[in-house]
Design a protein. Structure first.
Length: 154
């Protein structure tokens, strides 16, 4: 996923990213005025940022409003190489977040499910059957209080 090493983030690109973090629907013309570029130049830079894996412009939804009754974070303890396990987890459609970690768990994944039965099926039949998965601990979300993607640029 990290293809960004080939993309140079100069101050103008960072300013474009900051504008998109504030409002991903902002027009290229509006961004151009804010950063001192033409609409075409902004469009080209945004495309390079997307192609390079630096940014992703999407509509963020509330899963509960989309018919998904259950979200959970699952901590996974594993043995062996972690990258193949992370890749297998990333291939599961219901998993929207996969990280290799240091600490109590080797990996953390976030899952979005239609029901508790659906969550059980994912944990029991799909995650725990992956070679190298030793154990899981599921943390069911009760209420989302904050979720942001506007952490700025450095």
């Amino acid at each position: 996923m990290n293809k960004s090493r080939s993309v140079v983030l100069d101050d103008v690109s960072k300013a474009i990213i900051a504008e998109l973090q504030e409002d991903g629907r902002r027009s290229y013309a509006s961004i151009g005025k804010a950063v001192g570029l033409s609409e075409a130049a902004v469009r080209q830079r945004v495309q390079r940022l997307v192609d390079g894996g630096v940014v992703q412009v999407v509509a963020v939804t509330d899963p509960t409003e989309m018919g998904f009754a259950r979200q959970a974070m699952i901590g996974i303890k594993a043995t062996g190489q972690l990258e193949p396990i992370a890749d297998a987890l990333a291939a599961i459609d219901e998993i929207d977040y996969v990280v290799i970690t240091a600490g109590s768990y080797d990996l953390l994944v976030e899952v979005v499910c239609e029901s508790d039965d659906h969550l059980l099926e994912i944990v029991s039949r799909r995650i725990r059957t992956i070679k190298g998965v030793v154990s899981t601990e599921t943390h069911v979300y009760l209420k989302l209080r904050k979720q942001t993607y506007a952490w700025g640029v450095r």
